[in-house]
Ligand binder design. Structure first.
Ligand code: ZN
Length: 291
């Protein structure tokens, strides 16, 4: 056994001595963790702090998360006001670890809030494949900044990942094309699919607001029931992280069916555990239920 281990140990020490130590990446989004892993390849070790299938709006870093951040080489955030705890992360690292706010470099969609005197920035940018391509580029630049001598490796990985996103986009556009434009109406638990809607020509009628925990007023529910009937919406969609009782009320009162479960707040589980898998699940679920 000892003899067999020797060559491996030797290889490891060679890698270390040539300065090729892996970059430690702390990603506060399962989507960004995938991007960092794919673009960084062998050169990175990624910690995904917000578990897939959990609610990122409610996430708060634990002491163990902050400890990990303090030892990281790069922190990745979705930005667009999703991580209210960004100050805590910067404090934990004493400002020594670069924090890359990926979403800040992507175009924003703004939503009118209830009070009408304020707008909110929609943080769910990853539901646009075009945004994902841009985000991968941003992450690649961030990794190259942290490890300039590996720039060509990151560029090659980026190219391969971008090609996959291109295939995904082609498939998604083909699938959405099965659905006539006047049927592209999305009733979802919370307002998380505006970027998706813009990319594929849907209109969103959210039950709740930007976060899954926000509850609609009875007036909002009444308006929504009217809209669903008037627009003849065939199906409504539940979410991975929230499935309010109000959806049951909606299906009971409008005759719309529950179209299935969508992964809206990050990667999912099972086959939805990758970005492409999550998108394929969402697009297929939506199109097949509304057809
Ligand atoms: Zn959300």
């Amino acid at each position: 056994m000892r003899l067999l281990l020797l060559p491996l140990l030797f290889l490891l020490s060679v890698a270390r001595s040539s300065g090729a130590e892996t970059l430690r990446i702390s990603a506060f989004s399962s989507v960004l963790a995938e991007i960092a892993g794919r673009v960084g390849g062998e050169e990175v070790v990624v910690t995904s702090h917000v578990p897939a299938g959990s609610d990122p709006h409610e996430f708060e870093p634990k002491p163990s998360d902050l400890k990990r951040v303090a030892k990281a080489d790069l922190v990745l955030l979705s930005a667009k006001h999703l991580e209210g705890y960004v100050g805590k992360l910067k404090e934990a690292s004493g400002g020594r670890v670069p924090v890359l706010e990926v979403g800040a470099q992507l175009p924003s969609l703004w939503l009118e809030s209830e009070s009408k005197d304020a707008r909110s920035e929609d943080p769910h940018w990853w539901h646009s494949v075009e945004n994902m391509r841009k985000a991968a580029k941003v992450v690649s630049a961030g990794l190259s900044g942290a490890r300039p001598e590996k720039k060509s490796v990151f560029a090659a990985n980026l190219e391969a990942y971008t090609a996959e996103l291109g295939d995904l986009q082609k498939w998604a556009r083909g699938k959405v094309a099965e659905l006539p434009r006047d049927k592209r109406k999305l009733v979802t638990s919370h307002d998380a699919l505006q970027y998706f809607a813009k990319e594929y020509g849907f209109t969103v009628y959210p039950v709740a607001g930007l976060t899954a925990s926000e509850q609609p007023s009875s007036r909002q529910v009444a308006d929504l029931l009217k809209t669903i009937k008037a627009q003849r919406v065939k199906a409504v969609f539940a979410e991975d992280t929230a499935n309010p009782k109000v959806l049951q009320q909606i299906t009971a009162e409008t005759g719309a069916v529950l179209g299935g479960l969508l992964w809206v707040d990050g990667l999912g589980t099972g086959t939805a555990g990758t970005y492409a898998g999550m998108m394929r699940h969402n697009v297929a679920t939506i199109v097949d239920a509304l057809k």
